[in-house]
Design a protein around this ligand. Structure first.
Ligand code: CMC
Length: 378
């Protein structure tokens, strides 16, 4: 083994060999299991994509209907989990509620039979099925209402929107939401996936893996950026205010949320697809001033920072879709988590195929041989 140079943030250091997804950041290409994201977004569904990611091959029609059936019939969350959520403070962030609830699933289902394919399959089904239910349940519980029970006759995306709004969504809106889930399902060795793989490498249960990944996804430099984009657009308030807002950001070298990426040095391909979805949704529901603000922002930021490789990332347009669907801003990152569970579970399975516990090293830069100082002398 050759020693490699230390890189802050592990930039450029491979942390696994993987067949799950591929990114070429120079040309803006993203593939899941070798299939371009544009094709999956146009022709596939989220559950078909989740199957492809997790099991490594496209489902046949029978495979897909069996997978959908199992997920549909595992959507309900135990009443004890719902009761636990009633004890959470209503001002708590839904990502924290989700992290706690995902970990709590392990109390009910963890047997750690990692060499048993039935255990693996059930864990995959339960996590994909129950995470949306728990996100929607907390939304009602924090308002003092009972959660809405899932409906078996609705698709994955339509059921989530139904559980959130107690109203069956229009099919076009459900389709757009499903495509958003596909776009967020997986993205190589990002921070939360790395967290999932490190946790998986200890051979712990998949609920602990998902809980650790949810905690990592919540930070503003990762999945939390989509909320901050909407807060920024609301703060700007009008197209005329975009330039003065950005001039102050450029002068203070502050980061503009929804821009920049460790890997992409061109516009994120998911941002391009999401932008089309925003336009489709606005065609259906009517436009919104925030899209005009976002377009002006993209133009000015790209003129100023495009040469440095700073372009819109996935979080820039996703929030506009969710906002137009009437979803509260602090649910945007939990929705990212609903989708990313597919990628985390794919990495869990892949990690188990050739596992060795993650145990990197460090470069110690502290002191040596320091004397013990009695408390009175400190
Ligand atoms: N606005 C302005 N300048 C930026 C931005 C931005 N959003 N992002 C990077 N830069 C500049 C940064 O100031 C630095 O400039 P300099 O070399 O002059 O000091 C240079 O670009 C490199 O930035 P970095 O922070 O070292 O890059 P990184 O690869 O460590 O960070 C990032 C990547 C995504 C954390 C960062 O671009 C960022 O903080 N963006 C804003 C938050 C955001 O939108 N996050 C969502 C990421 S995509 C989805 C996800 O991963 O969940």
């Amino acid at each position: 083994m050759t020693a490699c140079e230390y890189q802050i943030g592990l930039e450029g250091i491979p942390a696994a060999q993987s067949r799950i997804s591929y990114v070429d950041g120079k040309i803006g290409r993203l593939e899941y299991r070798g299939v371009p994201i544009e094709q999956l977004a146009e022709h596939g569904s989220f559950l078909e994509t989740a199957y492809l990611l997790i099991w490594g091959k496209f489902p046949t029609a029978d495979d897909l209907s069996a997978f959908q059936y199992e997920i549909t019939h595992h959507r309900r969350a135990k009443y004890r989990i719902r009761d636990m959520m009633k004890c959470f403070p209503e001002s708590g962030h839904p990502m924290d509620a989700l992290q706690a609830s995902a970990a709590a699933l392990g109390l009910f289902y963890s047997k750690r039979a990692l060499d048993d394919p039935t255990y693996i399959r059930r864990a995959v089904v339960r996590l994909l099925a129950k995470i949306p239910t728990m996100v929607a349940a907390f939304e009602h519980i924090r308002k003092g209402n009972d959660p809405i029970q899932p409906r078996d006759d609705l698709s994955y995306a339509a059921n989530f929107l139904y559980m959130l709004n107690e109203q069956e969504p229009d099919p076009i809106q459900a389709h757009i939401f499903d495509t958003c889930l596909t776009l967020h399902a997986e993205h190589t060795m990002n921070a939360s996936t790395f967290s999932a793989r490190v946790t998986a490498s200890t051979l712990t249960d998949p609920y602990a893996i998902v809980a650790s990944a949810v905690g990592t996804l919540g930070g503003p430099l990762h999945g939390g950026a989509n909320e901050e984009v909407i807060e920024m657009l609301e703060q700007i308030g009008s197209v005329e205010n975009v330039r003065p807002f950005l001039e102050e950001k450029f002068a203070t070298k502050s980061k503009i949320m929804g821009f920049g990426h460790r890997v992409y040095k061109v516009k994120d391909p998911r941002a391009k697809i999401l932008q089309k979805l925003v336009e489709e949704l606005f065609g259906e529901l009517g436009s919104d001033k925030y899209y005009e603000i976002a377009l002006e922002l993209e133009k000015i930021v790209t003129d100023k920072l495009g040469d440095k490789g700073i372009h819109p990332n996935v979080d820039f347009y996703s929030g506009l879709v969710y906002k137009r669907l009437g979803i509260p801003t602090d649910l945007f990152t939990p929705i990212f988590a609903i989708a990313r569970v597919a990628g985390w579970l794919a990495h869990w399975r892949e990690q188990l195929e050739a596992n060795r516990i993650y145990r990197p090293t460090q470069i110690y830069i502290g002191e040596h041989n320091q004397p013990y100082l009695p408390i009175a002398e400190r």
